[in-house]
Design a protein around this ligand. Structure first.
Ligand code: FES
Length: 119
């Protein structure tokens, strides 16, 4: 996989702090990010369900997806696509790289904390 070079890499967490099949909340460049681990892979998504604005990091990771704890919407970890209702809008994802046991999230240049009305 080619990593983008038009982002700022921001440390999100230590790899050891994310359990296999788990997720943690992080703040990267002021943006709430859900770091989820599935197998050997770590994924980064906006830490906000597109249904009712609760943190996805409180959900369950399974089969390459994360399920929102509140109403059960499921999102693909790699793409952010909605896999199950009631959410109908995809969630934003960010590139991830790991180095020396640390997880870095690629934040687009000029990233600022998202407004509530912009997923
Ligand atoms: S708030 Fe996430 S599915 Fe409703």
């Amino acid at each position: 996989m080619t990593l983008p070079d038009d982002v700022s890499w921001v440390r999100g967490a230590a790899l050891d702090d994310i359990e296999e099949g788990g997720a943690v909340a992080a703040t990267c460049a002021g943006v709430p990010v859900c770091l989820a681990r599935s197998g050997d892979q770590v994924y980064a998504l906006i830490d906000r369900c597109s249904h009712q604005d609760v943190p996805l990091s409180a959900g369950e990771v399974e089969d390459g997806a994360i399920e929102c704890y509140l109403h059960g919407s499921r999102f693909d970890l790699a793409t952010g696509k909605v896999l199950g209702p009631p959410a109908v809008k995809d969630v934003r994802t960010f590139p991830v790289r790991t180095e020396a046991g640390q997880v870095y999230v690629g934040m687009p240049h000029g990233t600022a904390a998202p407004r509530k009305d912009v997923p």
